[in-house]
Design a protein around this ligand. Structure first.
Ligand SMILES: N[C@@H](CCC(=O)N[C@@H](CS)C(=O)NCC(=O)O)C(=O)O
Length: 231
């Protein structure tokens, strides 16, 4: 199995956590989507991912046919159905829906509104100030919504004492928010979930700075949050 990934990509981070939680071995295929390189625009990558993004999961099925899956939610649900232990979704329908509710806050309510492509476009049409204001607004609103949902639940994680799909979205999103300099003090429940998650090997192994394409510490610009103390 191969995972096309970029160390700082929060969508790839989600899949890396799931693969580690389920103990699935894979080959890491780095795709440098940084503005300076934009490897996703290379000829041929459109055949790997029609939207030219990461992550992509690739494997050979039982008949030897190459299969590829894009979109982290689809990948995560596929992995969960094929390797059900440990489960990423509860059995009870309303509980499942509540986990997916949190997932969608990140997946459609935060990440696409603050990804590099969206922000670059905003900078071009509105300037840096508009871009920064927009970015702060969508991240803070999304995290506030997640914080209130998480507070309604009990347990070390978003819901209960085992990590579920929602936690695989919360942890990378907090990492992303720090990169953008968002003050996370208003989200104590989310920060507590992050502490519980990062106590687990699977979450730690998936961290951006532990990936093969992460630059060595001395090469990182001072603005980078590597790894920061909990705010
Ligand atoms: N909905 C997609 C989002 C994927 C996505 O936005 N990937 C970003 C990195 S987190 C990317 O590849 N950006 C490069 C680009 O769009 O050019 C998913 O969940 O997989």
């Amino acid at each position: 199995m191969k995972l096309y990934s970029y160390f700082r990509s929060s969508s790839s981070y989600r899949v890396r956590i799931a693969l580690a939680l389920k103990g699935i071995r894979y080959e890491y295929v780095p795709v440098d989507i940084s503005p300076a390189v934009q490897a996703q625009r290379a000829v041929g990558y459109g055949e790997i991912h029609p939207l030219r993004q990461v992550p992509v999961l690739e494997w050979h099925d039982a008949s030897g046919r190459e299969q590829r899956l894009t979109q982290s939610v689809a990948i995560l649900e596929y992995l969960d159905e094929r390797w059900p232990t440990p489960p990423l979704l509860p059995h009870e329908p309303l509980e499942r829906a509540r986990i997916r509710e949190a997932v969608e806050i990140v997946n459609s309510g935060i990440q696409p509104l603050q990804n590099s492509k969206t922000l670059a476009l905003l900078r071009t049409v509105g300037g840096t100030e508009v871009e920064e204001c927009w970015r702060r607004e969508v991240i803070e609103q999304g995290l506030s919504a997640l914080e209130s949902l998480a507070r309604a639940n009990r347990g070390a994680f978003f819901s209960g004492d085992m990590p579920l799909l929602a936690d695989l979205f919360i942890v990378p999103q907090l990492y992303n928010a720090r990169r953008f300099g968002i003050d996370l003090a208003a989200f104590p429940r989310l920060l507590a979930i992050e502490v519980a998650a990062l106590a687990l090997d699977a979450f730690r192994l998936a961290q951006p700075e532990r990936q093969p394409d992460a630059p060595p510490v001395e090469a990182r610009p001072p603005s980078e949050a590597w790894p920061r103390s909990k705010s």
